[in-house]
Design a protein around this ligand. Structure first.
Ligand SMILES: Cc1cc2nc3c(=O)[nH]c(=O)nc-3n(C[C@H](O)[C@H](O)[C@H](O)COP(=O)(O)O)c2cc1C
Length: 163
């Protein structure tokens, strides 16, 4: 496996991803890297949703619902384009900042920590030859998307990691 500095110095994103999704030890290594993110007061102010297979279709439907609420009737072509977005990778890891009240740790620090889990995961992916890209876009900040994914009021999407 690649050494840590090579991964840190060499990591690049992979916008075009193909099967297979990371599995077994490879996937666990990615998850374990998230849990080593810098984390003020050990709050672990994050959680993750891992989507594969049909869940990605459901995410696409949620994206359509969000887009439909903002514009006039979408054409079938527009719907198709939106629905296909989550299908650009075998796996999507949604990184969520789960903010908790703490007098010593303001929200921004917790969001940064959640971001650090994302960075750790894409680097751990790269180190193992797994392509990844961190994406957001308007959908990451859309209330319909957040509600559909079951986020609470104290939660925000930090990124969609396409793996
Ligand atoms: C918070 C965040 C959101 C991003 N959102 C997108 C996105 O929606 N689409 C995209 O193509 N790149 C997005 N990027 C950039 C890519 O993840 C990537 O960093 C960029 O393409 C540079 O490539 P590199 O990682 O190989 O240097 C985002 C990066 C960050 C940190």
């Amino acid at each position: 496996m690649m050494d840590a500095l090579s991964a840190l110095h060499g990591r690049v994103s992979c916008p075009r991803l193909i099967e297979p999704a990371p599995k077994g030890e490879t996937l666990r290594n990615i998850q374990k890297a998230a849990f080593r993110a810098a984390d003020h007061a050990r709050m672990r102010p994050w959680r993750f949703l891992m989507l594969e297979g049909d869940s990605k279709n459901k995410l696409g439907e949620l994206f359509i619902k969000a887009a439909s609420s903002k514009s006039e009737e979408l054409t079938d072509k527009q719907k198709q384009r939106i629905a296909s977005k989550p299908l650009r990778a075998p796996m999507i890891m949604i990184v969520i900042a789960s903010l908790k009240q703490n007098p010593k740790v303001p929200d921004i620090e917790q969001i940064i920590s959640a971001g650090a889990t994302a960075q750790n995961m894409i680097t751990a992916a790269y180190a193992q030859g797994v392509g990844a890209i961190w994406r957001t876009g308007d959908i990451a900040y859309d209330q319909i998307v957040m509600d559909g994914l079951g986020l609470s009021e104290n939660e925000q999407i930090v990124g969609f990691l396409y793996l």
